[in-house]
Design a protein around this ligand. Structure first.
Ligand code: G4P
Length: 540
């Protein structure tokens, strides 16, 4: 049933800003997230989130692993109100292994904030995540963090981003002073200087003093004090370089607006948040069968981007995270589950705030709601009032490490199968199998070893099964698209032919060189990096 678009619904949708923060571990994502919550009024005093980083999941046993390692392996959603905006932060896992979970979460975001450590510049994981954002063509905003420490020259960081990430960088503001002398930022758009003081080592909001004027005006120069000449030189260089903001280039991920600050001391967090919310897009149209679905004009639609079971050990339930793409959601909404054609009533919905949950009565395009899942949902599923809407599924990425499941000797085989089925459905790992071998030939694939540890840990704590894995030499997979005959690989030692979870043929190899050689020998063979390469192009 469609709900007529009222001005109120339009306003609610347009004021939403849904984004993810992408960074290499330790760049300060947890700290920045906490400070955004502080400025958004969701925290009265900062310190709690970071302090709880190692203990925050004490109630959840599979997250014991997070506690042991002091890392976050799961992701959540945070939200707050700021000015006229409703802000949704899609929190992604913060560990060094690159997981599918992060990819999927980026599919649900309308923009990304790329956090760079001022001393370290672009790091490997920043690069990978940035590539995904660029594939999806989502705007990337850069926040250069840790300006309170002596880092690299801002121009040097700009140059590195341009060179390594292939984006034009346009600084929105420019730092005045650095390290313990970092005292403010000059806002190039508003032509004003903002200086900071107080903040009680970052536990509270800082005091800001604003001086309007050109950088070389007397008032601004005076307020910049001993750092005036340095700042002026940098600003003049930028003006001379002439890179102008271009909303379209930002929207397509080719240009990134850049900000400077220190999440630790809160210096620069507020100017960033204000300006970012103004510049970042609200909910964007998503594509269904080649047609954009307008977030405001069309009735309720959304897609499942993540499923997580057993988040709360007291209630062994499964939650499907749904990103609302269009329209208005009200509790009890009758809508359609497009893959099965079933009509479903969404009575059991929850709003997630970190690990806390609250009933949700109403939500809008741009929001994420959690639906209690009776086992119906799969990642990528569309829910829509209009049955003809089908959002492109979520691409699967080729795992980079592979393990064989040792089934022999497992006593609780049923529980093992159930557990693996569940974790594969959640996307913790990918499942491949030998076409003839049944469960005796299960191969698990993941981006990195941590995912296997998570899997083992959860199988043990949730299903009571000890999983034994033995490592395999493969490091990548490709999905044949044309010119493929499994018979050709019967005697191949370096390439293994398997089925993926959906029954597609897939090839596992030890090195990219194996595939290069294969392609040289088979001119008609076409290989793709994901089972359905069209999903990337069609996501937007
Ligand atoms: P992550 O989630 O990206 O992994 O990073 P996180 O926020 O946990 O920050 C990693 C480390 O960097 C922490 O230090 C944190 O205090 C520090 N940090 C974050 N933002 C800033 C900043 O703006 N300036 C400075 N100087 N440091 C920053 P730690 O020593 O690992 O932890 P802790 O002892 O501070 O708890």
């Amino acid at each position: 049933m469609s709900v007529p678009v009222t001005n109120e619904i339009r306003r609610e949708i347009e004021r939403r800003r849904t984004f993810a923060i992408i960074s290499h571990p330790d760049a300060g994502k947890t700290t920045l997230t906490e400070k955004l919550l502080l400025y958004g009024g969701a925290l009265r005093e900062a310190g709690a989130v970071r302090a709880q980083k190692a203990t925050r999941h004490a109630t959840s046993d599979w997250l014991e692993l997070e506690k042991q390692r002091g890392i976050s392996v799961s992701s959540s959603v945070l939200h707050f109100e700021f000015d006229e905006h409703r802000v949704n932060i899609l929190d992604t896992p913060g560990h060094a292994d690159f997981s599918e979970d992060t990819y999927r979460t980026l599919m649900a975001a309308d923009s990304a904030v790329m956090l760079i450590d001022a001393a370290r510049g672009v790091e490997p994981q920043t690069r990978k995540l940035c590539e995904v954002c660029k594939l999806r063509k989502i705007p990337i905003f850069t926040f250069v963090n840790k300006m309170d420490r002596h880092g690299r020259d801002p121009l040097d960081i700009m140059g590195e981003i341009e060179e390594v990430l292939g984006m034009d960088v346009v600084p929105v503001n420019w730092p005045v002073g650095a390290g313990s002398d970092f005292r403010g930022v000059y806002d190039r758009l508003d032509r004003r200087l903002v200086t900071f003081s107080g903040g009680d080592h970052g536990t509270h909001r800082v005091d800001e003093t604003v001086v309007a004027g050109e950088p070389d005006s007397e008032a601004v120069m005076e307020a910049m004090g001993p750092f005036a000449q340095d700042a002026l030189d940098g600003l003049e260089l930028l003006e001379g370089a002439g890179a102008e903001f271009d909303t379209e280039l930002v929207a397509s991920g080719l240009q990134t607006p850049m900000f400077f600050g220190s999440a630790l001391t809160n210096f620069g967090v507020h100017p960033f948040l204000e300006r970012f919310l103004e510049m970042a897009p609200g909910p964007m149209p998503r594509v269904s069968a080649g047609e954009p679905v307008d977030p405001v004009e069309r009735p309720f639609s959304g897609f499942v981007f993540k499923i997580q079971a057993n988040m709360d050990p007291d209630h062994r339930d499964r939650i499907a995270f749904v990103r609302i793409c269009s329209g208005h959601f009200v509790k009890g909404l009758q809508t359609s589950h497009v893959r099965t054609g079933k009509s479903i009533r969404l009575t059991n919905s929850t709003l997630l705030m970190g690990k806390d949950r609250a009933d949700v009565d109403e939500a809008f395009a741009g929001d994420v709601v959690g639906l209690f899942d009776p086992g119906l949902f799969r990642i990528g599923d569309t829910l829509a009032d209009e049955k003809k809407i089908v959002f492109a599924g979520i691409p699967i990425f080729a795992p980079e490490s592979y393990m064989r499941v040792e089934v022999a000797g497992v006593q609780k085989r049923k529980a093992l199968e159930k557990g693996i089925g569940q974790l594969v459905q959640e996307g913790v790992v990918q499942l491949f199998s030998d076409p003839e071998g049944g469960s005796a030939s299960w191969i698990l694939g993941a981006m990195g070893p941590l995912q296997f540890d998570v899997m083992k840990h959860r199988l043990k704590s949730e299903y009571g099964v000890d999983l034994t894995l033995s490592s395999l030499p493969y490091t990548l997979a490709r999905w044949p698209q044309a010119g493929f005959d499994p018979e050709d690989f019967k005697y191949s030692e370096r390439i293994r032919v398997v089925h993926d979870r959906d029954g597609n043929w897939a090839l596992l190899a030890q090195s990219p060189w194996d595939f290069d050689r294969l392609l040289e020998r088979n001119e008609s063979l076409e290989l793709a990096e994901t089972p359905d390469p069209s999903l990337f192009e069609s996501a937007h």
